[in-house]
Design a binder for this molecule. Structure first.
Ligand code: ADP
Ligand code: ZN
Ligand code: ZN
Length: 822
């Protein structure tokens, strides 16, 4: 039979949707739309019966899908691509390497404002009040939000009586009329405290004499200068406010002295290095840095990736700066990756001091609008986004012309994202990103991860070392304190040995500051009944509750469950509840009793939650308003305080006994990094480590900062027990509320995997906390020997996963794949 149907040219687009399904989806478009659309533009589409999503154009073609009839798109949202070719390449690598969907990567990459969908919740911005700039439809939405505190995109479509509302909502976001719901982000503005110092010309005594005489007729000003010297005796930076108070003069008097160039004002958080809003020249490198810089440049002619192993305080940042300068001089972009927590004003200020407005910062504490702005600036290659200083998610920004990626503290565990998918390691993703751009990568650390050091050993990466601190200050002296011995001799006061107390007292007498590290927060991790031995457990997780004394609460650190501390045992009614173990809160309280005349601060998840949380504490410690700072591992991340002479580690043992193949490597890194906060600018620092086990090989290696030995021993273990960097690991996790379901599922899976991978399947096993938020958890680990094809292995795993998910009773189980799960 002959068909008389007229033949049209039909066009299709394959789009990425922000959902965890493995493939792209085909929609049909008109010829006109097809010629307008480009890869990387967004379109609004409907999906399923009622859902609406923002999709991203991936390919434009003429092949109709075989299995379903392509729907029309709803509308086009962009007039130019917002995601570029290089990004799409990068996304494809991430999806295939980390076994996730392009949709997962898409969702993780774009600021949520770019991903409106039918269920997105819209709020009105309280500050908006200029109705005159709104058109009719916009006004309708605005008015509706006066009556209802929130609306979904779907509801807005109903109100306006039309389906195509995404551009309108985008406009409302741009006009700052509305915002969309997500976690509450805070704008990132450090609080500035004004300090006073004497102009450098008055450094000599004669000048000073002359000055006081000169001021003899300006009594108030003289008063201020005299008070300044009284305050200066404390050796602490002097706040303008304190000086006004002490001398009884007004701020006008101080201003007059500043105008006469006798005093100058400065802000510690932004301009410890005389930052006056102008851009300073880079520091002159010392001879060792100079050599290292040349070695790096030389290495870059042969290796795209180079590892800079430089001891803490050796001045790695100054070397990065030189390379950054050269890269931007060549008109290329720079990405400077840091662990989230290290992204404080300290490092930002240090870089702004040199590069001024060429830097943009990108991390999760930024508001949605700020992140959109950075995205757009990078997309348009604006000068102010030439250098991006960011946490792991900044590898997803739309770079078009990267020349250099610096990964500082490359060993940091926080570069790895565990939840949600994509479970990527930002360092590794950065290396691939650099390859796409033909850019260089510099990995920096005092304590490189075993895998990076191994890659350098195998000549996959170049290696440059820096073994001296700047100013030739010696690395801190590290001593181990045997607390078993101290207990026996009754030389402990609470959790402090007499030795550690002596060191703290000495440091404080010299007006120096102290950092104390305890890797647990709260007061104590276990509360136990002395009669029956019962310890209160979290009802949702298989873990005992941590006691927080200040709030009189028991808390779960996994699900945030909390309740009041009971007066008696829930099991036997006995009133003798005992606390076991100790956390930062207990240390802080003990210190306050031991050193009542000093200011004790605490930095952990509990004290850094609020607005500019850690910023505030770091600022106060930097300004020397805090004498002793107690904290968790947050303290180890690249902070630079000039007046810290002593670091104490209260209990090294829990770090060493952690059930993980990397525990020893991590313990070494953590202790050396924390130690590295001591004695950075003036004289050799001191570190005291309390332990029950001073002969443990890792502690011996920490106390002599013997990285090579640690590296060698750990590598032997990894080889012997088949772990990275020799073997690769893929972890499979199943989660469900019903224990039997998880158990049956994991056993089925274990058998199927063992058929293929034999003895290289580990488990099934339950993690240390086997139930979190009422979800039971079971793991399997697949080890991939050096010669086994990674691609093929992943294919086989994927196949088994597909079969698993086809079994009806397994379908509700959450199936998590984690590649390089460490
Ligand atoms: P790292 O990152 O290697 O631990 P930093 O880059 O933080 O070390 O440097 C440690 C300290 O030494 C910083 O306060 C820094 O300002 C200072 N410093 C490093 N190199 C120089 C230099 N060439 N001239 C002056 N000061 C320097
Ligand atoms: Zn009891
Ligand atoms: Zn819990």
């Amino acid at each position: 039979m002959i068909s008389f149907k007229k033949r049209y040219i039909i066009y299709f687009i394959d789009i990425i949707l922000p959902i965890p399904l493995q493939k792209t989806f085909t929609y049909s478009v008109t010829e006109e739309e097809a010629s307008y659309l480009q890869k990387g533009m967004r379109v609004a589409v409907s999906f399923g019966k009622t859902k609406m999503y923002t999709g991203l154009v991936f390919t434009i073609h003429q092949t109709a899908p075989v299995l379903y009839e392509a729907k029309d798109i709803n509308q086009i949202l962009d007039d130019k691509p917002i995601v570029n070719e290089q990004q799409l390449k990068h996304w494809q690598w991430i999806a295939s390497y980390y076994l996730c969907s392009l949709g997962d990567v898409y969702r993780a990459s774009l600021p949520s404002a770019f991903l409106l969908e039918s269920e997105t919740i819209i709020y009105k911005n309280e500050v908006f009040n200029d109705e005159s700039i709104l058109n009719d439809d916009e006004f309708l939405v605005y008015e509706a939000l006066q009556h209802q505190s929130q609306l979904t995109v779907h509801q807005i479509a109903d109100i306006l009586g039309k389906k195509k509302v995404m551009p309108l909502i985008n406009q409302l976001i741009e006009k700052l009329v509305i915002s969309i719901k997500e976690e509450i982000y805070e704008t990132y503005k450090p609080k500035l405290v004004k300090y006073v110092r004497l102009h450098s010309q008055y450094d000599s005594n004669e000048m000073l004499q002359a000055l006081l005489e000169e001021l003899s007729r300006a009594k108030k000003q003289q008063e201020a200068v005299l008070s300044f010297f009284q305050l200066k005796a404390s050796k602490k930076p002097i706040k303008a406010k304190d000086l006004e108070e002490a001398s009884g003069v007004s701020s006008a008097v101080l201003k007059a002295l500043v105008a006469k160039e006798i005093f100058e004002f400065y802000h510690i958080q932004t301009d410890r290095i005389q930052y006056k809003g102008k851009i300073n020249d880079l520091k002159q490198l010392n001879e060792y840095q100079e050599v290292a810089l040349n070695q790096i440049k030389d290495s870059f002619t042969k290796n795209d990736i180079t590892l800079l192993q430089g001891v803490t305080g050796s001045g790695k940042t100054e070397i990065y700066n030189k390379l950054i300068q050269e890269t931007i001089d060549n008109g290329k972009q720079v990405l400077f990756l840091l662990p989230e927590i290290a992204l404080t004003t300290q490092i930002i200020a240090r870089l702004e001091n040199y590069f001024g407005k060429q830097i943009s910062v990108f991390h999760s504490k930024y508001s949605m609008n700020e992140r959109v702005e950075v995205w757009n600036n990078v997309l348009e290659s604006k000068t102010k986004a030439q250098i991006i200083l960011g946490a792991r998610s900044s590898v997803f920004l739309p770079f078009s012309n990267l020349g250099l990626i610096v990964v500082d503290e490359e060993h940091e565990a926080s570069y790895k994202q565990f939840e949600p998918s994509p479970r990527y390691n930002a360092r590794d993703a950065a290396i691939v990103l650099a390859k796409i751009h033909n850019a260089k990568v510099l990995l920096g650390s005092a304590t490189p991860s075993l895998e990076s050091k191994f890659n350098a050993d195998q000549h996959k990466y170049g290696l440059v070392e820096l073994t001296r601190r700047h100013g030739n200050i010696q690395l801190p002296k590290i001593e181990l304190i045997d607390v078993k011995e101290k207990h026996r001799k009754k030389e402990m006061k609470g959790h402090f040995s007499d030795r550690l107390l002596k060191l703290i007292t000495e440091a404080l007498e010299l007006k120096e500051q102290v950092i104390l590290f305890q890797n647990r927060r709260g007061f104590s991790p276990i509360v136990e009944c002395t009669t029956c031995g019962t310890a209160p457990q979290c009802p949702n997780c298989d873990v005992s509750l941590t006691y927080h004394k200040y709030r009189g609460e028991l808390k779960c650190h996994y699900c945030h469950y909390q309740r009041a501390m009971p007066n008696s045992c829930g099991a036997c009614g006995s009133a003798t509840l005992n606390t076991k173990g100790f956390g930062t809160e207990q240390i802080e309280l003990e210190l306050k009793e031991l050193f009542p005349d000093h200011v004790i601060g605490r930095m952990d998840l509990d004290t850094t939650r609020g607005k500019n949380g850690y910023q505030k504490i770091i600022g106060a410690f930097e300004a020397q308003e805090i004498d002793v700072l107690v904290g968790t591992q947050m303290l180890s991340k690249g902070l630079d305080f000039e007046n810290v002479s002593l670091v104490g580690i209260l209990s090294a043992d829990s770090m060493l006994n952690f059930p993980d193949f990397r525990a020893h490597e991590r313990a070494y890194q953590l202790m050396v990094q924390v130690s590295g906060r001591a004695g950075r600018s003036k004289k050799q620092g001191h570190v005291a480590i309390q332990t029950f086990n001073p002969y443990h090989q890792i502690l011996q290696q920490v106390s002599t900062t013997n990285y090579p030995e640690m590296y060698k021993e750990q590598l032997q273990d990894r080889w012997q027990y088949h772990y990275p960097p020799y073997y690769r690991l893929i972890k499979i996790t199943l989660k469900h509320r019903d224990y039997t379901k998880v158990d049956t599922g994991i056993n089925w899976l274990a058998k199927s995997l063992q058929n293929v991978f034999k003895e290289n399947v580990l488990g099934p096993s339950a993690p240390a906390v086997a139930r979190i938020r009422n979800q039971y958890i079971k793991n399997l680990i697949i080890k991939i020997p050096p010669k086994q094809s990674l691609g093929k292995t992943k294919e086989q795993i994927q196949k088994i996963k597909n079969t698993f998910e086809a079994v009806k009773e397994f379908r509700p189980i959450r199936f998590i794949l984690d590649v390089d799960a460490y």
